[in-house]
Structure formats: structure tokens, C-alpha cells
Design a protein around this ligand. Structure first.
Ligand code: HPA
Length: 280
């Protein structure tokens, strides 16, 4: 009998195919906190709220809308998740990565993931963009449990979590558009607490440049299925040596900072997708 988890993925896929006849996305895009507005500029958009998709959860995080959007970006067909599921919301990892597996079975050739992240590297300022070149996973691994052989191997390679070709291409686009981009390591923790000063120090000493509460499970699920990934973090709060007496990390500020950077991120993603599509 077919794995019940695979059945669940296929049920969602069939539902989406019934709603969007002829769906053929080139890329899947996950829009993080405060970055959902990229979803609003998708052309010829067909929107399916998550609550209508069998098996999908409802996103409760701030700055997350909870829609699957199919349409065109840079003239190419894309499927975007306007809002994601986080482990800290209480969902099992299987739910967190379900949409990634669904997008994979819908045929995406690339996955773009975005997030709002805290700066760990002292050089990073609020509003900076960071291309994720590698990650450190401190969340539970979404592949724990019996392997779904139809999706990928038991022990997936993780030597190249983020695609070097896509990174090089994005660097070229950023230079052409005059948009600054850091290259850095993203560390994923469970949240929902922000870090203590000692944790930020610890993560810096471990080689992290930014920290967030998402993304890595999705990247692991995509790499399990051999889908090339590009990841972008928007830096929404800065690391400090010494925190002022009135300093606080605040979720609303994170969303505001991400929103302010969304136009630059959007310009980069549109150009990349348009280039990839032209080469098809
Ligand atoms: N830590 C974890 N997650 C985050 C942060 C942070 O400082 N900023 C935005 N998301």
C-alpha cells in the first residue's frame, strides 16, 4: 500500500491541478515574514487559500497571508507560497514541508526561499539582503522517520544545499541592478523566542551570519528531492556587542524591516526567474 504521507501529498497535488488546469510552474517561491507582497505582483494570478487545500495547515505567523498563488513573474510561470508553516506554530515537520513536496510534484524546477532573519554578523545592517550560501540546522530534521523512497534517498547529500550556479547568477543580477548582497550562513533555531545575547555570540562563534526560525526544513525537503535551491534572508535586526537598556527584539519591527526590503528582493527574484525561463 502506498505510504499515507505520500497519499496526502498527492491528494493536495490533484486538488491544485483540478483548480488550476494546465499548471506547469518553472519555480516555486516561499515568501517569508513581511515578504508576501511579492505574491501580490504575480500576473494572471490564480489564488488558492491554504484552508481550501486538503491537508494544508493554516499559517498563523504574523506577516503571513496563507495563500498559494499561481501566475507569472518575469513572464514565467511560478507558484508562490504567500506565507509558510513554522515548527514553532506547533505543526509537525511533515506539515511544515508538505507544500514543498506538493510544489515538487507539481513540477517546479527551482525553489526560491526567503525569510526575515536576525543579523549575527556585526557587519549586517537592518534591511540588508543576504544570499544564503550554507546553513546550520538546529531544528528537528524533517526527514526523520521512515524514508519516502519515491521522493528521495534515505541519506541525502548536503554538500551543496544552496545551488552555486543560482548564487553566481544572482550575484551578476545584483551587480547589474546595483543591489548589495551579502553571502552568509543561515542558522535555523526553533524559536519562537528570539536569541539571548549569549546565543547570538554562540551562533557567531559557530560561523553563522544570520539566524531565523524557518527555511531549513523546506530546503532539506527540496534537496531530498534534488531540487536546486536559492535562499535569501532580509536582515531585520542587528547584532550588538552590548544591548542598550531599552533594546528589544520585536516581531512587528521584523515585519516592517522586511517589508522595506521587499522591493529589492522582488527585483532580484523577477530578473532571475526571467533569465531562467528564457533559457528553457
Ligand atoms: N532571531 C530569530 N529569528 C528572527 C530574528 C532573530 O533575531 N529576526 C527575524 N527573525
Amino acid at each position: 500500500m502506498e505510504d499515507i504521507r505520500l497519499q496526502k501529498i498527492k491528494t493536495a497535488v490533484e486538488y491544485i491541478k483540478s483548480r488550476i488546469v494546465g499548471i506547469k510552474p518553472l519555480a516555486g517561491i516561499v515568501l517569508g515574514s513581511g515578504l508576501g507582497k511579492l505574491g501580490d505582483i504575480i500576473e494572471e494570478a490564480q489564488v488558492i487559500p491554504y484552508k481550501e487545500i486538503p491537508g494544508f495547515s493554516v499559517s498563523t505567523a504574523i506577516g503571513h497571508k496563507g495563500n498559494l498563488i499561481y501566475g507569472k513573474l518575469g513572464g514565467q510561470p511560478v507558484i508562490a507560497m504567500q506565507g509558510r508553516f513554522h515548527y514553532y506554530e506547533g505543526y509537525p515537520m511533515e506539515q511544515v514541508v508538505l507544500p514543498i513536496r506538493v510544489m515538487a510534484l507539481l513540477g517546479i524546477r527551482y525553489l526560491f526561499v526567503s525569510n526575515a532573519a536576525g543579523g549575527v554578523n556585526f557587519k549586517y545592517k537592518v534591511g540588508d539582503l543576504m544570499l544564503i550560501t550554507d546553513h546550520i540546522n538546529l531544528l528537528p530534521n524533517p526527514l526523520i522517520g521512515q524514508n519516502i523512497e519515491e521522493l528521495g534517498p534515505r541519506f541525502p547529500d548536503m554538500t551543496r544545499p544552496y545551488d552555486k550556479g543560482l548564487i553566481a547568477r544572482m550575484d551578476g543580477i545584483a551587480a547589474k541592478l546595483g543591489i548589495g548582497l551579502h553571502h552568509g550562513v543561515y542558522l535555523g533555531s526553533t524559536g519562537p523566542t528570539y536569541e539571548t545575547p549569549a546565543e547570538y555570540r554562540f551562533y557567531r562563534s559557530a560561523g553563522a551570519d544570520a539566524v531565523g526560525m524557518s527555511t531549513i526544513p523546506e530546503v532539506i525537503a527540496a534537496r531530498h528531492m534534488n531540487i536546486p535551491v536559492l535562499g535569501i534572508s532580509v536582515i531585520t535586526n542587528e547584532a550588538h556587542d552590548d544591548y542598550a537598556d531599552d533594546y528589544v527584539n520585536d516581531g512587528d519591527d521584523v515585519v516592517i524591516a522586511a517589508d522595506a526590503a521587499a522591493d529589492r528582493m522582488t527585483a532580484l527574484v523577477i530578473e532571475l526567474i526571467s533569465q531562467l525561463g528564457r533559457e528553457e
